[in-house]
Ligand binder design. Structure first.
Ligand code: AHG
Ligand code: MN
Ligand code: MN
Length: 337
């Protein structure tokens, strides 16, 4: 293939626009704006270490600006970009207590809602380990032109129109779906464009990687403890023992498992019966991507995408990844419940 024969994210979005529900170009513009926000956040992430050096005591940089935490930079980048666009009427973020109605000139007339986890895996920033951004897009349920309400945001994952994530790793990648499969784009810093690098991602039905914070094992339900023990058993026929891999950034752990096959679990624990991960900002969008790639995502009691959210910062346990691995883990859960 010629070195000039590549597809940028912008080109791909336009080529696929006819597949979108209500194909009026609004969702295309939202996705384009998310791509722009992702590039700016990627730039900020890349200079995270140096910002401390060029800043004065880490509080104020040489231009006299505050050195902001990366999660807040991501948050602001999204609100600013999406307010300008006018297709999005409200925004919800892991970093904000409440939903934010956007104040752009045309925002009230926007038909869409965007939810984000601006920086996922924030504890990994300081140690130069992969982090991410997670986003999801819903169509509002109240009438356009009126003030958006919480009902517009608290929609189950089966109502999503698009979701995706950005991983800031050895390269920056944006992976998204509008419900017609999953495609991945790698940022080429030399031209400043996301280029299609992983078309039609399919998660293998089986894998050899299990990812969870095993340090908490004593607080896990018996089913999860038994599943981990099973993963460690020796059995040539099922390629066990599996490998344990846990980065502590959901985006990075799931991205690896999506490409290689594997399971990621954040189980309920005796201290946190609903687990740790947030339904709206982490579990629903990642479940959408994984299902679109042919995998499975479950809370242990129901499909993640069928959970009706009751509050913005609700948490749920999650078993997500290769279908056969998730089914196996759920088998242990059911046998011990
Ligand atoms: P965030 O940085 O957005 O708060 O998310 C961190 C999450 C998730 O990315 C990761 O999988 C999980 O927390 C790790 O939790 P433990 O440290 O409890 O394993
Ligand atoms: Mn997160
Ligand atoms: Mn976060």
């Amino acid at each position: 293939m010629s070195q000039f024969n590549f597809t940028t994210l912008g080109q791909f979005i336009i080529e696929r626009q006819h597949e979108f529900p209500y194909a009026k170009g609004e969702l295309s513009r939202i996705l384009r704006d998310i791509g722009i926000a992702a590039k700016v956040i990627s730039r900020e992430v890349n200079k995270a270490g140096i910002a401390e050096i060029i800043g004065d005591t880490g509080e104020v940089n040489v231009q006299g600006e505050d050195v902001k935490k990366l999660d807040m930079i991501g948050n602001e980048m999204f609100t600013t970009t999406l307010s300008r666009g006018g297709e999005v009427c409200a925004f919800a973020s892991e970093e904000e207590d409440d939903m934010i109605p956007l104040k752009g000139t045309y925002s009230k007339h926007g038909n869409y809602i965007v939810c984000i986890d601006p920086l996922d895996g924030s504890s990994n920033i300081d140690v130069n380990v992969s982090i991410g951004t997670i986003f999801s897009v819903y169509r509002r349920v109240t009438a356009a032109g009126t003030e958006p309400t919480l009902a517009d945001v608290l929609q189950p994952g089966n109502k999503l129109v698009a979701a995706g994530y950005v991983i800031y790793g050895s390269s920056t990648m944006l992976v998204y779906s509008t419900g017609k499969g999953v495609n991945g784009f790698t940022l080429d810093p030399s031209i400043g464009e996301f280029c299609l690098s992983h078309p039609d991602i399919q998660v293998p039905k089986d894998g050899k990687i299990y990812s969870l914070n095993e340090g908490n094992a004593a607080d896990f339900p018996a089913g999860v403890q038994q599943y981990i023990a099973w993963c460690k058993d020796k059995d040539k026929n099922t390629s066990r023992p599996y490998s344990a891999r846990y980065i502590g950034s959901m985006v990075a752990d799931l991205h690896r498992n999506l490409l290689k096959g594997g399971i990621f679990i954040y189980p309920p624990t005796s201290k946190a019966p609903n687990g740790k991960l947030r339904l709206m900002f982490e579990c629903i969008p990642m479940a959408f991507i994984v299902e679109q790639a042919g995998g499975k995502a479950h809370t242990g009691t129901e499909r993640v995408l069928d959970v009706q959210p009751k509050e913005l910062h609700q948490r749920v346990p999650i078993f997500i990844g290769s279908e056969n691995m998730v089914n196996k883990a759920l088998g242990f859960m059911n046998a011990t419940s």
